[in-house]
Design a protein around this ligand. Structure first.
Ligand code: ATP
Ligand code: MG
Length: 262
């Protein structure tokens, strides 16, 4: 997918994050543009999930500035932060459905937290969100333990979409899925981006997702951003990790064209 020219909806500047002696991110700067799917890649343990979790305020940073919707997150009240939280949805790396709630109740959860809706309306909206990700009302009555891995991802996505967010954060949305299920999930994300105008921040290891979904890619290595741009620009990078990842034995080795039929 070609890069889009939208205004930055998220700006990260000179971000430093660490735990005790360990520095995970050391001077990370990036923009996420409105309406784009940004792919974030990097070695396992390199700090991708930490970056995502720091942007959404789950991990405290040591230094740097994070702005979302043109608000510096350090300079807003907790009420303003809550208002911003309502405008994004998150799909965590582990899926993280509540095991004691049904699929329907899982999707309703963020709405119960943030909105005052009648039971009937909650159910209707949750059913619509489930339908959006290809799940039936019957699926809605299942418990998470009764779902396949791909279904768990879909429900987690439906839950992330519950509040009609402008941004969704996806952490490895296709990991653990077979290539066909992963491809279906990729098409779904692109469809949602195009129909809902979503901005997507997607951490992924999946080269197919990077080729088919992402307008731009940011590569993290050595605790910072070492390459940024289109797939074609990734293929030109001389950074050893980026080179190995995009041009190594397991890569496709060619600049991809979108493989997702629209
Ligand atoms: N809450 C935490 N407390 C202490 N260390 C943490 C915490 N969260 C992450 N780390 C450490 O930060 C580093 C980066 O972890 P992170 O989960 O961001 O990696 P990742 O790039 O998402 O890897 P993967 O691709 O395997 O998901 C790791 O060394 C991890 O142990
Ligand atoms: Mg991770």
């Amino acid at each position: 997918m070609a890069p889009l020219s939208g205004q930055p909806i998220i700006r990260v500047r000179d971000l430093v994050v660490g735990f005790g002696e360990q520095t995970v991110l050391d001077g990370v700067s990036l923009d996420v543009r409105r309406g784009e799917i940004l792919g974030v890649v990097g070695a396992s343990g390199g700090g991708k999930s930490v970056l995502l979790r720091t942007i959404i305020g789950l991990i405290r940073k040591r230094r740097g500035v994070i702005s979302v919707f043109e608000e510096d997150l350090d300079r807003i009240s907790s009420e303003e932060m809550q208002a911003i939280e309502r405008r994004w949805g998150i799909l965590f790396q582990q899926g993280a459905l509540f095991s004691s709630l049904t699929v329907q109740e899982n999707v309703q959860f963020p709405m119960r937290e943030h909105l005052r809706l009648s039971e009937t309306l909650l159910e209707e909206v949750a059913t619509a969100k489930l339908e959006m990700v290809g799940m039936s009302p019957e699926d809605g009555r299942k418990m998470p333990s009764e779902l396949s891995g791909g279904m768990v991802k879909r429900v987690a996505l439906a839950r992330a979409l519950a509040l009609d967010p402008e941004i969704v954060f996806l952490d490895e949305p296709t990991s653990g899925l077979d290539p066909i299920a992963a491809g279906d999930f990729d098409s779904l994300i692109v469809t949602l981006q195009q129909t809902l105008g979503l901005t997507v921040f997607m951490v992924t290891h999946d080269l197919d997702s990077l080729h088919s979904d992402c307008n731009r890619i940011v590569a993290l290595a050595d605790h910072k951003v070492v390459a940024e741009g289109s797939i074609a620009e990734m293929l030109e990078s001389e950074h050893p990790w980026v080179k190995d990842y995009f041009r190594g034995k397991r890569s496709r080795g060619v600049a991809g064209t979108p493989t997702v039929a629209q």
